[in-house]
Design a protein around this ligand. Sequence first.
Ligand code: SF4
Ligand code: SF4
Ligand code: FES
Length: 206
Amino acid sequence: MVTFVLDGQTVTAEEGWTILDAAKYYGVDIPTLCYVEGLSPYSACRICVVELIRGKKSRLVASCSCPVEEGVEIRTKSPRVINARKMLIELMLASTPNSRLLQCLASEYGVTKIRFRPEDRRCILCGLCIRMCDEQMQGGAIGFSGRGVGREVSMPFHKTPEACRECGACLYICPVCELPCKGPLKPGELCNACLDTVQIDPFPSK
Ligand code: SF4
Ligand code: SF4
Ligand code: FES
């Protein structure tokens, strides 16, 4: 067993658990986007970031892939963590401004403006669709192509390959392929209308 401090409480966890596993076990809420139980972690979105402190050293780590360590302190809601999540939400909204899930996260974290130039790519490059197709559907029909701003999810030669059974699992798993949010009306602005509504659970049955 590994003993460490989680948000001020001394707790124990099994060897090999990730920080996210331990947080779930102890009922500590950490947001996730590119992580789904049953698929390999990819640590792409970083929204699950937490602060890991050992002695006088502190660093931000992705809780969905970082294992728990003996004697460390984990802070899931420190100012550093919240600021990092806010910046990530803003960056992701710049590439998917009408994602309802991201709009909800923005409201929850008090993000009211997108300071980056919005470019509606409808994808946060989380890789969930690729892992779903590969690991659960044994399809291997899609993958990342391109680099930098040209990086995207695509099929070979942009044609549906034989390996694709059109099962729809890639669409089902995508965190931002839901019905678009009606706001914001102007580029760069967030309506924050979800502030007063119940936050949606992206993966209710997963
Ligand atoms: S629809 Fe095609 S690409 Fe998508 S998960 Fe199914 S097999 Fe893979
Ligand atoms: S299409 Fe959706 S699931 Fe696939 S990488 Fe983009 S955001 Fe992630
Ligand atoms: S949920 Fe951990 S990096 Fe995306």
